[in-house]
Design a protein around this ligand. Structure first.
Ligand SMILES: Nc1ncnc2c1ncn2[C@@H]1O[C@H](COP(=O)(O)OP(=O)(O)OP(=O)(O)O)[C@@H](O)[C@H]1O
Ligand SMILES: [Mg+2]
Length: 244
């Protein structure tokens, strides 16, 4: 079972858009896939049309209730709710609070589990990292994003050293404007200095409409740049993860 965290403590880098479309792509290719919304903002759940759901990642972490909802034949979800924002202080004294997610999901039976993390490096992201065997870090191709990336990578390295785990991370460049020189310079910088995918995600208005239409990019706009780019990234991730 391949468990992939989609993480970056910076806000708005394309984590949820990536989790939404990659999990949808995996299911389209008949991989048995579970996607977990681990962000109290619940943007991913909203993209799937799920609001006010009873059994969420909050119940998963605090009550050990693991009841994924079926989206389609190959795709399940554990949605989120605003209740998840209480987890940080509710679990302050919990025993092994960093391995709660891992202990529960390692007993599940999926080809892939994709976890959409919140834009912070607190207990939720920590649980996700500990549970994962692969990390995807969407990074927006703009100057300020690169600063935060070093913090993320050193945090990942510290956690993995502590866990004595050798986990690969992959940067996924997002929101590239190919007409903008700075955007392309940053893409090159990422690809030359970090473990970065060859494929990348361009800025595409169809991608920004997904939360409104509540469809993934492949069913909403199959001929768009967004669909092409997410297909390329998903294929690259499948290939890399399968080698592990
Ligand atoms: N390639 C893209 N082109 C255009 N718009 C995009 C693209 N990727 C994401 N967006 C839009 O940018 C915004 C932020 O994207 P998204 O929610 O995926 O980021 P995030 O990292 O999950 O944010 P947060 O840190 O708040 O969880 C959303 O409105 C989304 O629709
Ligand atoms: Mg998000």
């Amino acid at each position: 079972m391949k468990i992939i965290s989609i993480i970056n403590q910076k806000g708005g880098t394309g984590k949820t858009t990536t989790a939404f479309n990659i999990s949808s792509y995996l299911a389209m290719k008949n991989f048995k896939t579970l996607v977990i919304d681990l962000d109290p903002q619940a943007n991913l759940s909203f993209c799937f049309g799920l609001e006010n759901v009873e059994n969420t990642s909050y119940e998963l972490l605090t009550k050990n209730i693991c009841m994924p909802l079926k989206i389609n034949e190959h795709l399940d979800i554990i949605p989120s709710s605003i209740r998840l924002s209480k987890v940080e202080y509710e679990l302050v004294n919990a025993f092994s609070r960093e391995t709660i997610l891992k202990d529960i999901i390692s007993n599940l039976n999926y080809d892939f589990i994709i976890i959409d993390c919140p834009p912070s490096l607190g207990i939720l992201s920590f649980n996700s990292l500990v549970a994962s065997n692969f990390i995807l870090a969407p990074v927006q191709c703009e100057p300020l994003s690169v600063e935060g990336l070093d913090i993320l990578i050193s945090t990942l390295e510290t956690i993995f050293q502590r866990m004595k785990k050798n986990i690969s991370y992959l940067v996924v460049p997002t929101m590239i404007d190919i007409r903008n020189k700075i955007s392309i310079d940053i893409l090159n910088y990422l690809q030359n200095n970090y473990n970065t995918t060859n494929s990348y995600i361009r800025r595409n208005v169809k991608l920004s409409e997904l939360a409104v239409v509540k469809k993934n990019i492949f069913s909403y706009a199959s001929n768009s740049y967004g669909a092409k780019d997410y297909e390329n990234v998903a294929k690259e991730v499948i290939e890399l993860v399968s080698k592990k």
